[in-house]
Design a protein around this ligand. Structure first.
Ligand code: GLA
Length: 740
């Protein structure tokens, strides 16, 4: 064993027939029971070695079927923990896949065929994926299984990263048979835990209240979190975790699963008749059916599996840097993000070039670095009934053109950003009149409208090419530094007018088409910072992060609502990916009036922006904004790329939240405390810190002298400020100091 040197190894024991994937923090063990049934043995804290192989309890369980090849009654797929279970051949739990053969049967059984252990990680062609780097490498096990009757082959890919308790899994199906088949279901991964003593953690939501943390005891049954809405959607994050019942924010084992895909997904957690737990994740089979001709392959997207022995903060502290370094790409990957102003809530559709320039003038004097022109600059778009698909400037609104406006804004020393909704088409648009069949629809059926728009059919190349050409015409002409890429409805009547297309292939082909367009744009315009959006955070998933380093977290800009949304989002998403803006009061979504201080303190816990009409603010408000912005610039590296610890949960306290950003060297930290409603006769609030170095001493802004990290984390300190009234917040700056 190496000492102090990070290692990652994957070994196969030829005699005992097991694979051990291992790095400094985790082990994952797969065994070949009866030399061929691929079974799950272990996933969790690193084991130095594994010795108990083929110890799956051989016993005769009533009504548990036995494979023909294994003599006796003591071996059954109904009880065996597996890695990629088949369909209808002795396992009564949910299968990982379903093949539809030409004779209409669907029975499949996969057994071990061969394997390969390779250094590194192969890219998934056309799909977003995590990648290894020279500094932080990975190893991959390619485990090939086969249905010996139909010759369908499945290659399970397991990549273990050296520096993280992270494993990625995907599956590739190949038809080596003599006839074409269909895949009715092709999940990316399946894993069986030998028991069910867990809590299930999920991030359900809705428009305006995305990613609310819900933790419930796991009970018998099949629990499905999914999307049947075309894309990931607000309703669920493609994420599920199993936590030991005793696991907390900072302690205990948590197993997380996160899908690197932006289309319809299914996450299943099944507790079976023996209280074993199966977790599965992949493309939702509901609208999926893939034609797999002889000799061809189908590659699934991948799932990130993360094991934390340090509770939920441990899970987040793994995922944040992992996504920052192994998923997000490009020039902005690890760059400090500009403070922006977006005109949406300030003007909605009702703006002129003069108005925009006046806002930009004011914003630049306040220190804002990027002006984002939102919806309404194209076609004849004066409301949300028209023009999606017509990506040329709205000349009545911006008579001197977009280029002139962008140049004027840039002359003020700001960057210029632009809103697009490339995947949509308005019924009232030139594009729709020219190509009424270019939207997602089912032939012979009325199409449901949503926000008076249809989803444009990105499964078709000619459609993608048209939109791409329109966008490139703008981007080649106008100096655009930032794009907000929006997507504002759910899909219905999923289908296409493309001749000969299989309806069950449309959605995945749409996603592949979308990824192709995004890849073309990020490759051609590497300087552009992309921010994804879907009615706020409706498509905030790891798939999108591969192309766009940040997402508009929610259309709900209310500071109180944002406490929950950002707290929940931080469970899986790096802070550098979370757009968060200060908006006007009364808030447009909740009608609440939170102070500028509280709104700033909440928005500063992400990529700070403003979304209001700055020209209407009082001098005092502008002064406060100016101070917020310069404070944020001083600390944004710490916020965006520091180590984030959740301290007080708004979901548990209902009235408070707290978190801290700590530098990797633990020599600096930024702490925030928020209190929603006031109450009479409260005692002074004492707060505890996390993530500091217990051997170091710190100064705390507003406090005399220096205080030990151990003291701050264990004894804590009383907040100095008298918190009077509703919507209060406190921000403390901690800096390492010499002890006294
Ligand atoms: C969506 C976005 C908003 C805004 C509007 C514009 O709702 O989430 O931020 O861009 O569209 O129509």
């Amino acid at each position: 064993e190496s000492q102090g040197v990070m290692t990652v190894t994957i070994t196969f024991d030829e005699t005992k027939k097991y694979f051990h994937l291992q790095n400094e923090s985790v082990s994952y063990v797969i065994a070949l029971e009866e030399e061929k049934y691929v079974s799950h043995q272990y996933w969790g804290k690193r084991l130095n070695s594994f010795s108990q192989v083929a110890d799956y309890p051989r016993q005769d369980n009533a009504f548990a079927p036995n494979p023909f090849e294994v003599p006796g009654r003591v071996f059954s797929l109904a009880t065996l923990p597996q890695e990629f279970p088949g369909n209808g051949s002795g396992d009564f739990r949910e299968s990982a896949f379903e093949c539809l053969y030409p004779d209409q049967t669907t029975v499949s059984l996969l057994t071990y065929k061969s394997h390969e252990i390779v250094t590194g990680k192969q890219p998934l062609q056309g799909l977003p994926h995590t990648y290894e780097t020279k500094e932080e490498p990975a190893e991959t096990l390619l485990l090939t299984m086969e249905d010996t009757v139909t010759k369908v082959e499945v290659v399970l890919s397991y990549t273990l990263f050296r520096d993280y308790p992270v494993l990625t899994r995907s599956a590739s199906f190949r038809n080596n048979g003599a006839e074409d088949i269909h895949l009715n279901k092709a999940l990316s991964m399946s894993i069986d835990f030998p028991d069910a003593d867990f809590d299930m953690i999920q991030l359900p939501g809705a428009w305006g209240r995305e990613r609310q943390i819900v933790r419930t005891p796991l009970v018998r049954g099949i629990h499905t979190l999914d999307s049947k809405r075309g894309t990931t959607s607000h309703a669920y994050q493609p994420f599920v975790a199993l936590a030991d019942k005793t696991a907390t924010e900072d302690q205990g084992a948590v197993y997380g699963f996160h899908f690197v895909y932006s289309g319809e997904f299914r996450a299943n957690v099944e507790v079976d008749t023996y209280a074993q737990t199966r977790v599965q994740m992949g493309i939702n089979p509901t609208h999926f059916q893939w034609h797999l001709p002889v000799g061809e392959a189908f590659q699934t997207p991948e799932v990130v599996l993360v094991y934390s022995e340090n509770g939920l903060n441990g899970l987040s502290q793994t995922l944040h840097p992992f996504y920052q370094k192994h998923l997000i790409r490009g020039q902005h990957q690890l760059a400090e993000r500009p403070v922006l102003i977006n005109n949406w809530e300030g003007t909605y559709f009702d703006f002129t070039a003069e108005k925009i320039e006046a806002m930009a003038d004011e914003a630049s004097t306040l220190g804002i670095e990027l002006f984002v022109l939102d919806d309404g600059w194209f076609g004849k778009r004066d409301d949300d009934y028209s023009s999606l698909g017509d990506w040329h400037v709205h000349t009545a609104k911006l008579p001197s053109g977009l280029k002139q406006l962008a140049e004027n804004i840039k002359a003020k020393g700001m960057l210029f950003g632009l809103w697009f909704e490339p995947e949509m088409i308005s019924e009232d648009s030139e594009l729709f009149r020219a190509h009424p069949d270019w939207c997602i629809h089912t032939l012979g059926r009325e199409k449901s409208l949503s926000r008076s728009q249809y989803v444009i059919d990105f499964s078709r190349k000619e459609v993608r090419d048209n939109i791409l050409a329109q966008m490139m015409a703008i981007l080649d002409d106008v100096p655009v530094d930032y794009i907000k890429w929006d997507y504002n409805r759910n899909m219905t009547e999923i289908g296409t007018a493309a001749p000969g297309a299989l309806p069950g292939e449309v959605l995945h082909k749409y996603m592949l088409g979308l990824y192709e367009v995004m890849e073309a744009l990020v490759a051609k315009y590497p300087q552009i910072l992309f921010e994804s959006c879907s009615g706020g955070g409706g498509r905030f998933d790891p798939g999108i992060l591969y192309y766009m380093p940040q997402t508009w977290t929610s259309d709900n800009t209310d500071a109180v609502a944002r406490l929950e949304i950002q707290y929940g989002t931080s469970l899986v998403m790096p802070i550098s990916s979370m757009g968060s803006h200060v908006s006007a009061i009364p808030n447009h979504q909740t009608h609440r009036k939170a102070s500028m201080k509280m709104r700033g303190d909440v928005a500063m816990a992400g990529n700070l922006g403003y979304e209001l009409d700055v020209t209407t603010l009082s001098e005092a408000e502008k002064q406060e904004m100016k101070e917020q912005i310069s404070f944020y610039k001083e600390h944004r590296k710490l916020v965006q790329y520091g180590v984030f610890h959740r301290i007080l949960s708004p979901f548990e306290t209902q009235n408070e939240a707290a978190w801290i950003f700590v530098s990797p060297e633990q020599d600096e930290a930024l702490y925030f405390y928020y209190r929603v409603l006031d109450r009479a006769n409260l005692k002074k609030k004492k707060v505890l810190f996390k993530g500091l170095d217990s051997a170091k001493y710190y100064t705390v802004s507003g406090y005399e002298g220096v205080i030990g990290g151990d003291e701050l984390m264990n004894r804590g300190l009383y907040l100095k400020d008298a918190l009077q009234g509703d919507f209060q917040s406190v921000c403390l700056v901690l800096k390492e100091a010499q002890s006294v």
